[in-house]
Write a protein that binds this ligand. Structure first.
Ligand SMILES: C[S@@+](CC[C@H](N)C(=O)[O-])C[C@H]1O[C@@H](n2cnc3c(N)ncnc32)[C@H](O)[C@@H]1O
Ligand SMILES: Nc1nc2[nH]cc(C(=O)O)c2c(=O)[nH]1
Ligand code: SF4
Ligand SMILES: [Mg+2]
Length: 250
């Protein structure tokens, strides 16, 4: 399984769920590498975008040509080792995120099954961009999907960000909650269009302001909160950003 690197180890950390329906629940986050989208405002671009990365050199002989490996940004571990790291923490609400975790759906299915054998109290959430259907073997273990389909404000093209088969799956799934990232008031029209096109129940939609600092969130919340009230959408904040700013691994 390919995981984001944080310092010398993979990015597996304990924190309060900062977003969505279960905001505030003590959780363990497992951050996977790679993404099939490239949102301009992605707060974890280090999981997939290495264009400006100072690659680690793999050959430290002074005279040899220097070779840099972007793979060094990824840690690859088997599911038994990942499970062991996860269960060192206290929380049993486990959140698979990334990057786009459903790119590694089969590996996650094996991980979830293994974790449940070790501790049946484990509960699983998946953070996903809603472009990929989870394999049935993974779906069988997931209590909650936090689906964040991307709007045009993300900079992805319509064909990249909207995969009808996947979004229709989540629209029908009562365990899926939709979390749209809103950057401008006009984004609400796009939300409404997607909602109608895929028949997404309004009760499973949250609107979350775009932002990676408390100031940005507060500024956008000032107009987004009244719009939520006016249009009957649930407002979703970003608790971890208010608590820790844009710090990694919290
Ligand atoms: C980094 S993504 C990983 C999971 C998956 N790739 C996705 O996009 O849902 C986790 C969550 O952070 C949100 N997010 C990322 N950058 C953000 C930003 N600048 N402002 C608000 N939300 C952001 C995403 O929309 C998603 O809901
Ligand atoms: N505390 C905290 N809550 C989160 N909810 C979703 C996150 C994510 O990056 O997927 C996230 C995160 O990175 N930190
Ligand atoms: S889909 Fe998620 S991980 Fe991928 S670029 Fe967008 S916000 Fe980042
Ligand atoms: Mg995050």
């Amino acid at each position: 399984m390919k995981l984001a690197r944080h310092g010398t180890g993979p990015e597996i950390f304990e924190s309060l769920q900062g977003e969505g329906l279960s905001m505030g629940v003590p959780s363990v986050f497992v951050r996977l590498s790679l993404c099939n989208l490239h949102c301009t405002w992605c707060d974890t671009a280090y999981t997939w975008n290495w264009t400006n990365t100072q690659y680690r050199h793999v050959n430290d002989t002074p005279d040899a040509p220097r070779k840099y490996r972007r793979e060094e940004e990824i840690i690859e571990l088997d599911c038994e080792s990942v499970a062991e790291l996860i269960l060192k923490f206290r929380a049993r609400n486990l959140i698979f995120t990334g990057g786009e975790p459903l790119l590694q759906g089969r590996e996650l299915a094996r991980l979830a099954a293994h974790l449940l054998r070790l501790d049946p109290a484990c509960r699983f959430e998946v953070e996903t961009n809603g472009t990929l259907r989870p394999p049935p073997a993974l779906d069988a273990h997931i209590a909650q999907y936090n689906v964040s389909p991307k709007l045009s404000n993300s900079g992805n093209s319509p064909t990249e960000r909207e995969k009808p088969d996947a979004i229709a799956f989540f629209a029908r799934c009562e365990r899926a909650w939709f979390k749209f990232v809103v950057a401008n008031a006009a984004d609400l029209e796009e939300v409404r269009t997607l909602q109608n096109r895929y028949d997404i129940p309004q009760s499973r939609i949250l609107l979350m302001p775009e932002g990676t600092s408390p100031d940005e969130l507060r500024e956008k919340s000032r107009w987004l909160a009244p719009l939520c009230l006016q249009h009957g959408y649930r407002f979703g904040d970003r608790l971890h950003v208010h608590l820790y700013g844009s710090k990694r691994g919290v």
